[in-house]
Design a protein around this ligand. Structure first.
Ligand code: HEM
Length: 363
Protein backbone atom coordinates (compact mmCIF):
# COMPACT_ATOMS: atom_id res chain seq x y z
CA UNK A 1 0.00 0.00 0.00
CA UNK A 2 2.77 2.45 0.89
CA UNK A 3 4.51 2.15 -2.41
CA UNK A 4 1.45 2.27 -4.62
CA UNK A 5 0.03 5.63 -3.60
CA UNK A 6 1.47 9.05 -2.90
CA UNK A 7 1.56 8.55 0.85
CA UNK A 8 5.20 8.98 1.81
CA UNK A 9 5.41 7.43 5.25
CA UNK A 10 8.91 8.74 5.96
CA UNK A 11 7.71 12.30 6.22
CA UNK A 12 5.42 11.35 9.08
CA UNK A 13 7.72 9.06 11.01
CA UNK A 14 9.21 11.20 13.72
CA UNK A 15 11.70 9.91 16.17
CA UNK A 16 11.15 10.35 19.89
CA UNK A 17 13.76 9.99 22.63
CA UNK A 18 15.10 6.58 23.48
CA UNK A 19 15.51 7.18 27.19
CA UNK A 20 14.29 3.83 28.36
CA UNK A 21 17.25 2.04 26.81
CA UNK A 22 19.76 3.98 28.89
CA UNK A 23 17.73 3.77 32.09
CA UNK A 24 17.66 -0.05 31.87
CA UNK A 25 21.36 -0.35 31.10
CA UNK A 26 22.25 2.11 33.86
CA UNK A 27 20.25 0.06 36.38
CA UNK A 28 22.01 -3.14 35.31
CA UNK A 29 25.42 -1.48 35.47
CA UNK A 30 24.68 -0.29 39.03
CA UNK A 31 23.83 -3.87 40.02
CA UNK A 32 26.67 -5.41 37.97
CA UNK A 33 24.08 -7.52 36.10
CA UNK A 34 24.13 -8.96 32.63
CA UNK A 35 22.16 -7.14 29.91
CA UNK A 36 20.47 -8.97 27.06
CA UNK A 37 21.21 -6.40 24.36
CA UNK A 38 18.48 -7.70 22.02
CA UNK A 39 15.80 -7.36 24.73
CA UNK A 40 16.88 -3.84 25.64
CA UNK A 41 17.02 -2.81 21.97
CA UNK A 42 13.60 -4.37 21.38
CA UNK A 43 12.00 -2.34 24.19
CA UNK A 44 13.65 0.88 23.03
CA UNK A 45 12.72 0.35 19.38
CA UNK A 46 9.13 -0.60 20.18
CA UNK A 47 8.77 2.44 22.38
CA UNK A 48 10.25 4.73 19.79
CA UNK A 49 7.97 3.48 17.01
CA UNK A 50 4.84 3.58 19.20
CA UNK A 51 5.71 7.13 20.30
CA UNK A 52 6.09 8.13 16.68
CA UNK A 53 2.79 6.59 15.64
CA UNK A 54 0.42 7.00 18.60
CA UNK A 55 2.31 9.25 21.04
CA UNK A 56 2.01 6.32 23.46
CA UNK A 57 4.80 5.27 25.78
CA UNK A 58 5.02 1.50 26.04
CA UNK A 59 7.86 1.71 28.54
CA UNK A 60 5.39 1.68 31.41
CA UNK A 61 5.54 -1.88 32.74
CA UNK A 62 2.60 -1.17 35.10
CA UNK A 63 0.23 -0.76 32.19
CA UNK A 64 -1.65 -3.95 31.31
CA UNK A 65 -2.00 -2.83 27.68
CA UNK A 66 1.74 -2.06 27.42
CA UNK A 67 2.63 -5.52 28.76
CA UNK A 68 0.16 -7.26 26.45
CA UNK A 69 1.33 -5.24 23.47
CA UNK A 70 5.04 -5.98 24.06
CA UNK A 71 4.37 -9.67 24.61
CA UNK A 72 2.31 -9.93 21.42
CA UNK A 73 4.91 -8.13 19.28
CA UNK A 74 7.68 -10.26 20.78
CA UNK A 75 5.82 -13.52 20.06
CA UNK A 76 5.07 -12.34 16.55
CA UNK A 77 8.73 -11.46 16.04
CA UNK A 78 9.79 -14.89 17.26
CA UNK A 79 7.39 -16.58 14.83
CA UNK A 80 8.59 -14.39 11.96
CA UNK A 81 12.19 -15.12 12.90
CA UNK A 82 11.66 -18.84 12.32
CA UNK A 83 12.84 -20.20 8.97
CA UNK A 84 9.75 -20.74 6.82
CA UNK A 85 10.06 -22.07 3.29
CA UNK A 86 6.55 -20.83 2.53
CA UNK A 87 7.88 -17.22 2.61
CA UNK A 88 9.82 -17.90 -0.58
CA UNK A 89 7.90 -20.72 -2.26
CA UNK A 90 4.31 -19.63 -2.74
CA UNK A 91 3.13 -23.18 -3.48
CA UNK A 92 3.83 -24.10 0.15
CA UNK A 93 1.71 -21.28 1.54
CA UNK A 94 -1.54 -23.26 1.70
CA UNK A 95 0.21 -26.14 3.41
CA UNK A 96 1.90 -23.99 6.09
CA UNK A 97 4.51 -26.73 6.68
CA UNK A 98 5.81 -25.36 10.00
CA UNK A 99 2.52 -23.93 11.35
CA UNK A 100 4.22 -20.52 11.35
CA UNK A 101 1.48 -18.75 9.43
CA UNK A 102 -1.11 -19.96 11.91
CA UNK A 103 0.84 -18.54 14.89
CA UNK A 104 1.47 -15.31 13.02
CA UNK A 105 -2.17 -14.83 12.14
CA UNK A 106 -3.31 -15.34 15.77
CA UNK A 107 -0.89 -12.74 17.09
CA UNK A 108 -1.38 -10.34 14.20
CA UNK A 109 -5.15 -10.39 14.92
CA UNK A 110 -4.43 -9.63 18.56
CA UNK A 111 -2.29 -6.64 17.59
CA UNK A 112 -4.94 -5.35 15.20
CA UNK A 113 -7.42 -5.51 18.10
CA UNK A 114 -5.09 -3.36 20.22
CA UNK A 115 -4.67 -0.88 17.33
CA UNK A 116 -8.45 -0.71 16.86
CA UNK A 117 -8.80 0.20 20.55
CA UNK A 118 -6.30 3.02 20.14
CA UNK A 119 -7.91 4.23 16.94
CA UNK A 120 -11.36 4.37 18.58
CA UNK A 121 -9.99 6.13 21.66
CA UNK A 122 -8.40 8.76 19.46
CA UNK A 123 -11.64 9.25 17.52
CA UNK A 124 -13.42 9.86 20.83
CA UNK A 125 -10.72 12.29 21.94
CA UNK A 126 -10.95 14.24 18.70
CA UNK A 127 -14.73 14.67 18.96
CA UNK A 128 -15.56 18.33 19.35
CA UNK A 129 -11.90 19.42 19.00
CA UNK A 130 -11.12 22.00 16.33
CA UNK A 131 -7.60 20.71 15.63
CA UNK A 132 -5.96 17.26 15.95
CA UNK A 133 -5.21 16.26 19.53
CA UNK A 134 -1.68 14.86 19.20
CA UNK A 135 -0.61 15.81 15.71
CA UNK A 136 1.15 12.46 15.30
CA UNK A 137 1.08 9.76 12.61
CA UNK A 138 -2.30 8.47 13.87
CA UNK A 139 -3.88 11.94 13.69
CA UNK A 140 -2.48 12.42 10.20
CA UNK A 141 -3.99 9.12 9.03
CA UNK A 142 -7.37 9.85 10.64
CA UNK A 143 -7.36 13.22 8.84
CA UNK A 144 -6.71 11.44 5.54
CA UNK A 145 -9.49 8.89 6.18
CA UNK A 146 -11.98 11.59 7.21
CA UNK A 147 -11.11 14.03 4.42
CA UNK A 148 -11.10 11.21 1.84
CA UNK A 149 -7.99 12.71 0.18
CA UNK A 150 -6.64 9.19 -0.44
CA UNK A 151 -8.18 5.76 -0.86
CA UNK A 152 -7.55 4.93 2.75
CA UNK A 153 -9.96 3.50 5.31
CA UNK A 154 -9.74 2.33 8.93
CA UNK A 155 -8.90 -1.26 7.92
CA UNK A 156 -5.98 -0.05 5.79
CA UNK A 157 -4.73 1.98 8.75
CA UNK A 158 -4.76 -1.06 11.09
CA UNK A 159 -2.77 -3.09 8.57
CA UNK A 160 -0.38 -0.23 7.97
CA UNK A 161 0.33 -0.14 11.72
CA UNK A 162 0.85 -3.89 11.70
CA UNK A 163 3.32 -3.52 8.80
CA UNK A 164 5.21 -0.74 10.57
CA UNK A 165 5.58 -2.60 13.87
CA UNK A 166 6.40 -5.95 12.33
CA UNK A 167 8.80 -4.53 9.75
CA UNK A 168 10.40 -1.99 12.08
CA UNK A 169 10.95 -3.70 15.42
CA UNK A 170 12.74 -6.89 14.56
CA UNK A 171 14.99 -5.34 11.92
CA UNK A 172 16.20 -2.43 14.02
CA UNK A 173 16.63 -4.64 17.10
CA UNK A 174 18.75 -7.24 15.33
CA UNK A 175 20.90 -4.57 13.61
CA UNK A 176 21.70 -3.00 16.97
CA UNK A 177 22.50 -6.39 18.48
CA UNK A 178 24.86 -7.24 15.60
CA UNK A 179 26.50 -3.81 15.80
CA UNK A 180 27.20 -4.26 19.51
CA UNK A 181 28.41 -7.82 18.91
CA UNK A 182 30.93 -6.68 16.29
CA UNK A 183 32.14 -3.87 18.56
CA UNK A 184 32.62 -6.17 21.55
CA UNK A 185 34.57 -8.54 19.30
CA UNK A 186 36.73 -5.70 17.93
CA UNK A 187 38.00 -3.65 20.90
CA UNK A 188 40.20 -1.36 18.75
CA UNK A 189 37.17 -0.28 16.71
CA UNK A 190 35.17 0.20 19.90
CA UNK A 191 37.93 2.46 21.28
CA UNK A 192 38.03 4.51 18.10
CA UNK A 193 34.24 4.98 18.19
CA UNK A 194 34.38 5.98 21.84
CA UNK A 195 37.14 8.53 21.14
CA UNK A 196 34.98 10.14 18.42
CA UNK A 197 31.97 10.32 20.77
CA UNK A 198 34.12 11.72 23.58
CA UNK A 199 35.38 14.46 21.28
CA UNK A 200 32.04 15.38 19.67
CA UNK A 201 29.55 14.72 22.51
CA UNK A 202 31.48 14.37 25.77
CA UNK A 203 29.88 12.69 28.79
CA UNK A 204 27.49 15.43 29.92
CA UNK A 205 24.77 14.74 27.36
CA UNK A 206 23.44 12.07 25.00
CA UNK A 207 23.69 11.74 21.23
CA UNK A 208 20.94 13.69 19.48
CA UNK A 209 19.67 13.55 15.95
CA UNK A 210 21.55 16.73 15.03
CA UNK A 211 24.87 15.15 16.16
CA UNK A 212 24.74 12.23 13.71
CA UNK A 213 26.22 14.23 10.82
CA UNK A 214 29.26 15.02 13.02
CA UNK A 215 29.90 11.33 13.84
CA UNK A 216 31.32 9.81 10.64
CA UNK A 217 32.89 6.84 12.41
CA UNK A 218 29.63 5.91 14.15
CA UNK A 219 27.89 6.18 10.75
CA UNK A 220 30.58 3.91 9.24
CA UNK A 221 29.97 1.34 12.01
CA UNK A 222 26.25 1.25 11.25
CA UNK A 223 26.91 0.88 7.50
CA UNK A 224 29.43 -1.90 8.09
CA UNK A 225 26.94 -3.68 10.38
CA UNK A 226 24.24 -3.43 7.70
CA UNK A 227 26.70 -4.70 5.05
CA UNK A 228 27.63 -7.82 7.01
CA UNK A 229 24.33 -8.45 8.75
CA UNK A 230 21.48 -7.01 6.64
CA UNK A 231 18.40 -7.50 8.82
CA UNK A 232 16.30 -8.65 5.85
CA UNK A 233 18.91 -10.72 3.99
CA UNK A 234 16.74 -11.53 0.97
CA UNK A 235 14.86 -8.19 1.05
CA UNK A 236 11.16 -8.87 0.40
CA UNK A 237 10.15 -11.11 -2.51
CA UNK A 238 9.25 -9.16 -5.69
CA UNK A 239 7.34 -10.19 -8.79
CA UNK A 240 8.42 -9.22 -12.31
CA UNK A 241 5.68 -7.00 -13.77
CA UNK A 242 6.73 -7.77 -17.37
CA UNK A 243 9.19 -9.95 -19.28
CA UNK A 244 12.63 -8.46 -18.79
CA UNK A 245 16.20 -9.29 -19.78
CA UNK A 246 18.92 -8.78 -17.19
CA UNK A 247 22.59 -9.60 -17.89
CA UNK A 248 21.59 -11.99 -20.67
CA UNK A 249 18.94 -13.80 -18.59
CA UNK A 250 15.26 -13.56 -19.43
CA UNK A 251 13.00 -13.12 -16.42
CA UNK A 252 9.42 -13.89 -17.52
CA UNK A 253 6.51 -11.80 -16.32
CA UNK A 254 5.11 -13.06 -13.00
CA UNK A 255 8.38 -14.62 -11.82
CA UNK A 256 9.05 -14.25 -8.11
CA UNK A 257 12.40 -12.52 -7.74
CA UNK A 258 14.52 -12.75 -4.60
CA UNK A 259 17.50 -10.41 -4.17
CA UNK A 260 20.27 -11.74 -1.93
CA UNK A 261 21.51 -8.56 -0.18
CA UNK A 262 23.49 -10.69 2.28
CA UNK A 263 25.56 -12.28 -0.50
CA UNK A 264 26.07 -8.91 -2.25
CA UNK A 265 27.41 -7.48 1.03
CA UNK A 266 29.94 -10.30 1.27
CA UNK A 267 30.93 -10.54 -2.38
CA UNK A 268 34.76 -10.61 -2.61
CA UNK A 269 34.64 -9.11 -6.11
CA UNK A 270 33.10 -5.97 -4.57
CA UNK A 271 34.48 -5.80 -1.02
CA UNK A 272 38.03 -6.30 0.20
CA UNK A 273 38.16 -8.76 3.11
CA UNK A 274 34.36 -9.09 3.04
CA UNK A 275 34.13 -11.28 6.14
CA UNK A 276 35.98 -8.78 8.35
CA UNK A 277 34.29 -5.95 10.21
CA UNK A 278 36.14 -2.87 8.92
CA UNK A 279 34.07 0.34 9.31
CA UNK A 280 37.06 2.37 8.06
CA UNK A 281 36.24 1.19 4.52
CA UNK A 282 33.35 3.70 4.54
CA UNK A 283 35.37 6.72 5.73
CA UNK A 284 35.65 9.15 2.81
CA UNK A 285 33.46 6.83 0.69
CA UNK A 286 30.30 8.03 -1.07
CA UNK A 287 28.56 4.68 -0.57
CA UNK A 288 25.41 4.88 1.53
CA UNK A 289 22.50 2.56 2.34
CA UNK A 290 19.75 4.59 0.70
CA UNK A 291 19.26 2.49 -2.42
CA UNK A 292 21.60 4.48 -4.66
CA UNK A 293 24.58 2.11 -4.44
CA UNK A 294 23.60 -1.40 -5.41
CA UNK A 295 26.58 -2.98 -3.63
CA UNK A 296 24.93 -1.99 -0.32
CA UNK A 297 21.15 -2.36 -0.27
CA UNK A 298 20.08 -3.48 3.23
CA UNK A 299 16.91 -1.36 2.87
CA UNK A 300 16.22 -2.47 -0.70
CA UNK A 301 15.80 0.14 -3.41
CA UNK A 302 13.43 1.70 -5.90
CA UNK A 303 9.75 2.38 -5.38
CA UNK A 304 9.37 -0.22 -2.61
CA UNK A 305 12.48 0.80 -0.65
CA UNK A 306 11.98 0.53 3.11
CA UNK A 307 9.82 3.49 4.20
CA UNK A 308 11.28 3.25 7.72
CA UNK A 309 14.84 3.82 6.48
CA UNK A 310 15.27 7.31 7.94
CA UNK A 311 13.56 6.48 11.21
CA UNK A 312 15.63 3.33 11.74
CA UNK A 313 18.93 5.04 10.89
CA UNK A 314 18.17 7.74 13.43
CA UNK A 315 17.18 5.18 16.06
CA UNK A 316 20.31 3.09 15.44
CA UNK A 317 22.75 6.00 15.86
CA UNK A 318 20.95 7.38 18.88
CA UNK A 319 20.80 3.97 20.57
CA UNK A 320 24.29 2.73 19.73
CA UNK A 321 26.04 6.05 20.56
CA UNK A 322 25.25 6.09 24.30
CA UNK A 323 25.87 2.34 24.68
CA UNK A 324 29.45 3.00 23.54
CA UNK A 325 29.94 6.40 25.12
CA UNK A 326 28.56 5.76 28.61
CA UNK A 327 29.62 2.16 29.25
CA UNK A 328 32.47 -0.24 28.92
CA UNK A 329 31.31 -3.82 28.39
CA UNK A 330 32.40 -7.15 29.75
CA UNK A 331 31.21 -10.28 27.96
CA UNK A 332 29.26 -12.83 29.94
CA UNK A 333 31.38 -15.36 31.87
CA UNK A 334 33.49 -17.58 29.70
CA UNK A 335 32.77 -15.80 26.41
CA UNK A 336 35.68 -14.09 24.65
CA UNK A 337 35.72 -12.17 21.34
CA UNK A 338 37.38 -15.24 19.82
CA UNK A 339 34.84 -17.74 21.18
CA UNK A 340 31.75 -15.60 20.52
CA UNK A 341 29.15 -17.53 18.50
CA UNK A 342 28.63 -15.45 15.34
CA UNK A 343 26.13 -17.88 13.86
CA UNK A 344 23.16 -16.30 12.09
CA UNK A 345 19.64 -17.64 12.52
CA UNK A 346 17.97 -17.36 9.17
CA UNK A 347 14.30 -16.35 8.87
CA UNK A 348 12.70 -13.39 7.06
CA UNK A 349 15.03 -11.45 9.34
CA UNK A 350 18.59 -12.36 10.25
CA UNK A 351 18.89 -12.97 13.98
CA UNK A 352 21.93 -13.71 16.09
CA UNK A 353 21.60 -17.41 17.00
CA UNK A 354 22.91 -16.81 20.56
CA UNK A 355 21.59 -13.61 22.13
CA UNK A 356 24.34 -11.10 23.00
CA UNK A 357 24.67 -10.83 26.77
CA UNK A 358 27.19 -8.50 28.40
CA UNK A 359 27.76 -6.60 31.64
CA UNK A 360 27.81 -2.78 31.36
CA UNK A 361 30.46 -0.92 33.37
CA UNK A 362 29.77 2.82 33.74
CA UNK A 363 32.51 5.07 32.34
C1 HEM B 1 17.60 -1.70 10.28
C2 HEM B 1 16.34 -1.53 10.08
C3 HEM B 1 15.57 -1.91 8.85
C4 HEM B 1 15.96 -2.63 7.76
C5 HEM B 1 17.32 -3.26 7.47
C6 HEM B 1 14.83 -2.71 6.86
C7 HEM B 1 14.83 -3.34 5.62
C8 HEM B 1 13.76 -3.40 4.77
C9 HEM B 1 13.77 -4.02 3.46
C10 HEM B 1 14.97 -4.69 2.83
C11 HEM B 1 12.55 -3.90 2.92
C12 HEM B 1 12.11 -4.39 1.53
C13 HEM B 1 12.53 -3.35 0.51
C14 HEM B 1 12.61 -3.88 -0.89
O1 HEM B 1 12.11 -4.98 -1.18
O2 HEM B 1 13.21 -3.18 -1.74
C15 HEM B 1 11.72 -3.20 3.89
C16 HEM B 1 10.37 -2.90 3.72
C17 HEM B 1 9.60 -2.28 4.66
N1 HEM B 1 10.03 -1.71 5.84
FE1 HEM B 1 11.92 -1.76 6.57
N2 HEM B 1 13.76 -2.06 7.43
C18 HEM B 1 14.17 -1.52 8.64
C19 HEM B 1 13.41 -0.76 9.52
C20 HEM B 1 12.11 -0.40 9.32
C21 HEM B 1 11.33 0.46 10.20
C22 HEM B 1 11.87 1.11 11.49
C23 HEM B 1 10.08 0.54 9.68
C24 HEM B 1 8.87 1.28 10.17
C25 HEM B 1 8.65 1.67 11.39
C26 HEM B 1 10.06 -0.27 8.47
C27 HEM B 1 8.95 -0.45 7.68
C28 HEM B 1 8.95 -1.15 6.47
C29 HEM B 1 7.75 -1.39 5.67
C30 HEM B 1 6.32 -0.96 6.02
C31 HEM B 1 8.16 -2.09 4.53
C32 HEM B 1 7.29 -2.60 3.36
C33 HEM B 1 7.28 -1.52 2.28
C34 HEM B 1 6.51 -1.90 1.01
O3 HEM B 1 6.05 -3.03 0.89
O4 HEM B 1 6.40 -1.04 0.13
N3 HEM B 1 11.31 -0.81 8.28
N4 HEM B 1 12.48 -2.89 5.00
Amino acid sequence: MLGSQPLDATQYLRHKKIEQLLATVQENSRLGEVVDIGQVAFNATLNSISNTIFSVDFADSNSQRAREFKKTVWTLMEALGKPNLADYFSLLRRVDPHGVRHTISIHADKLVEIFEGMYDERLQLRKGQASPTNDDFLDTLIDIVENKTEELNGIHVMHLFLDLFVAGTDTTTSTLEWGMTELLCNPTILQKARAELEEVIGKARQVQESDIACLPYLQAIIKETLRMHPATPLLLPRRAGADIEICGFTVPEGTQVVVNAWAIGRDPSIWEMPSSFIPDRFLGSEIDVKGRHFELIPFGGGRRICPGLNLSLRMLHIMLGPLINCFDWKLEDGVTPESMNMEEKFGITLQKADPLRAIPIPL
